[in-house]
Design a protein around this ligand. Structure first.
Ligand code: ADP
Ligand code: MG
Length: 300
């Protein structure tokens, strides 16, 4: 017996951090220093309005997955008052994501080139500054959120939500009071996977759990009393962009539904696997593959 969608807990979630207009470039061969590689980019059509780009940035990727399973999601970050900034606002709005807290005062909207190798692995060439990753001041926000996800940055809210999930490394201002903190091994110093909790407590001293993901390899979640190792199910990787973001979204979806950390990590890994099997990082408005966390009947 599975619970119907209507009886699942749908939360009010604030996601703060980076927003960007990404330009994906599909390489015909693997990156090689000093080499020469043919490539293609997006066709000029559809959402892009004639410009070869797509919605990206960690906060947008997380919000797009969570809104697909029925959560009410606000994104707070910074864009510029320019064409790409408007494309980002439109891209969020057509997905049903609330944009009222976005600050459009950056000198220019962040844009990154994403080099995607035939293996599906991506390399990000970014130009944005740390100001672009940090959210505007949030102290005055009086909404009652069930959860704050900090992807890059985000200040303290007027009312502390019951759950704060954050990502390391941080950029710009951030609120160090997070409960669960996630990092990708390739963004962190060597050996982080051997000490996830100590690694994340360098920036988030009150964290109860530190989680280090490692692409197709095992992810490790550690608390003061537990250490879990989870092997992601193998999937055909088409575009690795946003895997860590969508892992965080799935993890949070499950934690909000009352899952154990082990079940939440498995659900996050499943969402990360869905993300790498799709082209793009911010789920399309009609993307149906993400499914909300459903308890095993025995766990209800
Ligand atoms: N090739 C893959 N096969 C299966 N799962 C994957 C793959 N790549 C990523 N994932 C899932 O997404 C999660 C986050 O991916 P990772 O690459 O570690 O994040 P980041 O985007 O920070 O590099 C992984 O822990 C895993 O669960
Ligand atoms: Mg990766």
């Amino acid at each position: 017996v599975t619970k119907s969608r209507e009886t699942l807990f749908m939360a009010k979630i604030l996601v703060t951090g980076s927003l960007g207009w990404d330009v994906p470039i599909w390489l015909e061969g693997a990156l090689r220093s000093g080499g020469r590689i043919r490539a293609r980019t997006l066709e000029a059509d559809g959402e892009t309005g004639g410009f070869p780009g797509r919605l990206g940035g960690g906060a947008a990727n997380i919000a797009a997955a969570l809104v697909r399973v029925g959560h009410e999601v606000w994104v707070c970050g910074r864009v510029g008052d320019d064409v790409n900034g408007r494309r980002i606002l439109d891209g969020l709005a057509i997905r049903g994501i609330q944009t009222e807290f976005i600050d459009a005062s950056l000198p220019s909207t962040p844009s990154a080139q994403i080099l995607i190798e035939p293996s599906g692995e991506r390399t990000i060439i970014g130009f944005s500054t740390s100001a672009a990753h940090s959210a505007p001041e949030l102290h005055a926000l009086s909404h009652d959120f069930d959860c704050h996800i900090q992807r890059g940055g985000g200040t303290r809210l007027g009312v502390r939500p019951p759950l704060i999930v954050a990502h390391v490394p941080t950029y710009g201002a951030y609120n160090s009071d997070a409960d669960v903190v996630v990092g990708g091994r390739s963004d962190l110093a060597a050996g982080a996977e051997n000490a996830p909790l100590a690694t994340v407590r360098q920036q988030f001293p009150h964290a109860n759990w530190g989680i280090i993901t490692n692409g197709a390899g095992s992810l490790i979640a550690q608390s003061d009393s537990h250490s879990l190792e989870i092997v992601p199910q193998s999937v055909a990787m088409l575009d690795a962009t946003g895997a860590g973001d969508v892992f965080m979204a799935g993890l949070t979806d499950a934690l909000l539904a009352g899952a154990t950390m082990e079940s939440a990590c498995r659900h996050g890994a499943m969402w990360g696997g869905i993300c790498v099997g799709l082209e793009g990082s911010a789920a399309a408005p009609d993307e149906a593959r993400y499914e909300a966390f459903i308890h095993e009947p025995s766990a209800i």
